[in-house]
Design a protein around this ligand. Structure first.
Ligand SMILES: CC(C)(COP(=O)(O)OP(=O)(O)OC[C@H]1O[C@@H](n2cnc3c(N)ncnc32)[C@H](O)[C@@H]1OP(=O)(O)O)[C@@H](O)C(=O)NCCC(=O)NCCS
Length: 182
């Protein structure tokens, strides 16, 4: 059966004026999905919005470092980040991070639209050859999203994330590395 056309959201670069909304969505996501992200909300909460400005890639002339947002009207409802490696021998690679969509907007194609725009933006970066990412093996929807976009799995590192929920209550999460050759 054919799927109806997905609603379209405005996808674009997150700029300095959007960093407040970016931080709100980021903090919400860190709180809701502690298994999915390396950063913890307790440490990140106090960080001011302008503390994320280097993620915008404003001083990266060749491209490959940026944040993209998905807007529903005025509301930022999803985002994804790309960070190009800085060392000479690694600069043909960038790491995808921060992929998340507000729960109210999941399952509507926002993630797919962000990923399509992210790959297109990466292809415009001069000399960028591949995108890597690490995803918790518990993040099944994210893994399916990356597979749809063409990412290949490379291997699993066990126990990368350790969550301590209380005395004697520890959960570990493994991370799958994936790569997309541009
Ligand atoms: C992973 C994540 C970003 C996906 O975002 P999303 O916007 O829900 O993604 P999409 O809507 O594009 O796809 C989700 C599902 O909806 C389906 N879908 C997309 N558009 C659709 C439409 N118009 N009609 C029906 N289904 C649709 C997709 O096929 C997909 O199905 P699947 O889960 O069976 O694979 C989101 O679940 C999330 O933020 N998770 C928590 C954070 C996280 O794990 N981030 C990854 C860090 S590495």
């Amino acid at each position: 059966m054919n799927r109806p056309d997905p609603p379209t959201f405005r996808i674009g670069r997150i700029g300095p004026a959007d960093l407040g909304a970016y931080k709100n969505l980021r903090d919400e996501s860190l709180r809701l999905h502690p298994d999915a992200f390396d950063n913890d909300i307790e440490s990140e909460h106090a960080r001011p919005p302008e503390g994320y400005i280097s993620r915008l890639g404003l001083s990266e002339p060749l491209g490959g470092t940026f944040l993209l947002g998905a807007w529903d009207g005025q509301a930022l409802v999803g985002m994804v980040g790309m960070e190009r490696q800085s060392l000479q021998k690694l600069r043909h690679s960038a790491e995808l991070n921060s992929m998340n969509v507000r729960p109210s907007h999941m399952g509507l194609g926002v993630g797919d639209q962000l990923m399509t725009a992210c790959i297109a933006e990466a292809r415009r970066a001069i000399g960028l050859e591949q995108i890597t990412l690490r995803v918790s093996t518990s993040s099944n929807a994210a893994i399916r999203l990356y597979q749809r976009a063409g990412f290949q799995a490379c291997g699993v590192v066990p126990h990368v994330i350790k969550l301590i929920d209380g005395p004697g209550q520890v959960r570990y999460f493994d991370k799958l590395t994936m790569v997309l050759i541009l």
